[in-house]
Design a protein around this ligand. Sequence first.
Ligand code: CUA
Length: 385
Amino acid sequence: MIKRSLYIPIVLVLIVISGVGMYFLLEEMFQLVAPMVEEAAPIEKMFTAHYIIIAGLFALVTVFLLFSIVAFRRKPGDDSDGEYTHGNTAIEVAWTVLPLVLVVGFAIWGVRLFNDLTDAEAYEARNPIEVNVTGFKWGWRFEYPAQGDANDPDSFYLEKSYELSNLYLPKGRVAKLNLTSEDILHAFWVPAFRIKQDVLPDVNRTIYFTPNVTNEEYLANEGATADDRGYRGVPKVRCAEICGTSHAYMLAGVEVVEEADYLEIIDKASQISTDPLVRGQQWYTEYACAGCHSLDGSDGSGPTWQGIYGRDQVMDDGTVVVTDDEYLRESIYDPNAKLVSGYVAGVMTQTFEQQFAEKEAIVLEETGLEIDMVDDLIEYMKTLE
Ligand code: CUA
């Protein structure tokens, strides 16, 4: 039988032990990927503080509860009434004031940190690289406008503009992203950047952050390789707003590189192959076809591309159509014209005719290459047995 005078010390010791245990459990359960930006440190400090508070509160409540169940359970044969107690002013004041101080403290901390992370003036003074980001159903496009001053060594200088399907950023340089959506609500999110921003149609939102780790260093920190899939592998832009059937596949690659290598890397990334098949494969990823059309026969929001070329396809009105060049072009430019049985109208982007025409014009102007993107895609489809 434990003496009553020992109850409180025992409870306190148990609270400390289970609080510490709970803290490490939380850290283990909610592991974040290795950070890639300067801004991660203060954000992580806040996460840690939250975990400490959560673990402490959890221990306080459960230890008292479980200890009371054991220590104060009814003795055999004891039918008497419980002892009457009338509150405890000190405890009541404490459990009102303490949480209040904590919550207000966190609010002040949070607002100040948020103000730091969104301080446009301070970030602008550090000569950021500017990238225009467009989210759409279901992918991302990144425009790198010509910017900076060749005579100003501090500014980030790009002689001409680029349009790429991945996010390329130089290490150690503030990144300024202007975000907008082509259709509906999306949200820009890179877990390793610790930031998230809603992406809205007809509205421009700007975020700043400072990558300080290259992809290579990131993979080493994560103990991962470029082939690893999911969160641990190559960092990715994700969409954090449920935006329809292929929301989960709304991905783009992130590449943080040394600033000295930057130009060479985006030059290479923007090169257009002279081989239609290679281009077709490139458009498949760049225009986010992958979000809906699998290559392995699995079902998506759209029919799989495995064996798509030249097969008999049953339409929703019961007719059978051969998927030849003409049909495929019509289905890419005007997806609702003929609907494959079992699929829904209006899911696929209906602006590819215009988007492709613009891209073809840019390619012609920049490389002198006359391409037909639908032909390229069909070349690619033919290889997908
Ligand atoms: Cu876009 Cu989810």
